[in-house]
Write a protein that binds this ligand. Structure first.
Ligand SMILES: Nc1nc(=O)[nH]c2c1ncn2[C@H]1C[C@H](O)[C@@H](COP(=O)(O)OP(=O)(O)O)O1
Length: 230
């Protein structure tokens, strides 16, 4: 942060008649102030005043969670792989009615990080609550943003393996009655999701769909960069 100091000059050329290029950055963008416009139990709406990359002072409407713990992401998303003898590996998914969407969504199990919790501990707790499965953490992402044009909300994605042969995972009992657990085979993940969307009115979380696209690519066309061919 340079305290709003200019780091260059804007060069413009109106004489050539050529299409002008975007203004060159002259300032390191930064927040000036944050004012709370409305606040509820779980969320608040703020007016964020900031300086943009060319030195103009602007405002933005920002939503934030009120529940964020210091030095932590707001929540975790859990990519849980159920591994059982003589079964395909399955991704454990949850379907539930989401009031902001007004319909059911298909998501990875997820939840907010409680006070004093690490992402890993929160992930195992949420997985148990939402699905009944007991897992083992095998990886965790850095803090990532979820919808940065709307909110400062962040998540860490935690990769978990579940030993489905273990007695405590053979008949899992969830603690949340309104969450439906779905097991989707990893090697048919995207097709299963597409089929589900054809059958019922459901919105799929973008993290889930992108994971599915990545899996399809890895399984079926590992040497093809399809996005470059269209
Ligand atoms: N934006 C929210 N509005 C609410 O009215 N209630 C909310 C919001 N966000 C979270 N919550 C409540 C609902 C649950 O009782 C708790 C915990 O949610 P959690 O299970 O951790 O997260 P999700 O599964 O992603 O809902 O918070």
């Amino acid at each position: 942060m340079n305290g709003g100091k200019k780091i260059g000059t804007i060069s413009t050329d109106n004489s050539t008649g050529k299409m002008s290029s975007p203004p060159k950055p002259t300032t390191i963008p930064h927040i000036v102030k944050e004012e709370v416009i409305a606040s509820g139990k779980w969320l608040k709406l703020e007016k964020t005043t900031y300086v943009d990359p060319v030195g103009n002072t602007r405002t933005w409407e920002t939503t934030k969670r009120t529940t964020r713990q210091a030095n932590a992401a707001d929540g975790v998303g859990i990519i849980a792989l159920l591994k059982r003898t003589l079964h395909k590996d399955c991704v454990v998914m949850v379907k539930q009615f989401r009031p902001p969407m007004g319909c059911c969504t298909l998501e990875f199990p997820a939840g907010l990080i409680d006070e004093g919790e690490s992402a890993e501990i929160a992930a195992l707790r949420e997985l148990k609550e939402e699905t009944g499965y007991k897992g083992e953490v095998v990886g965790v992402t850095p803090v990532t943003c979820l919808d940065p044009g709307l909110s400062n909300c962040t998540t860490q994605i935690v990769m978990v393996n579940i030993n489905g042969d273990d007695l405590e995972n053979t008949n899992p009992t969830q603690q949340l009655e309104f969450v439906e657990v779905l097991l989707l085979p990893l090697d048919e993940f995207q097709r299963e999701i597409d089929d589900l969307m054809k059958k019922e009115k459901i919105v799929v979380d973008s993290k889930v769909y992108i994971y599915g696209m990545g899996m399809s690519q890895a399984f079926f066309k590992p040497n093809e960069l399809r996005v470059l061919k269209q």
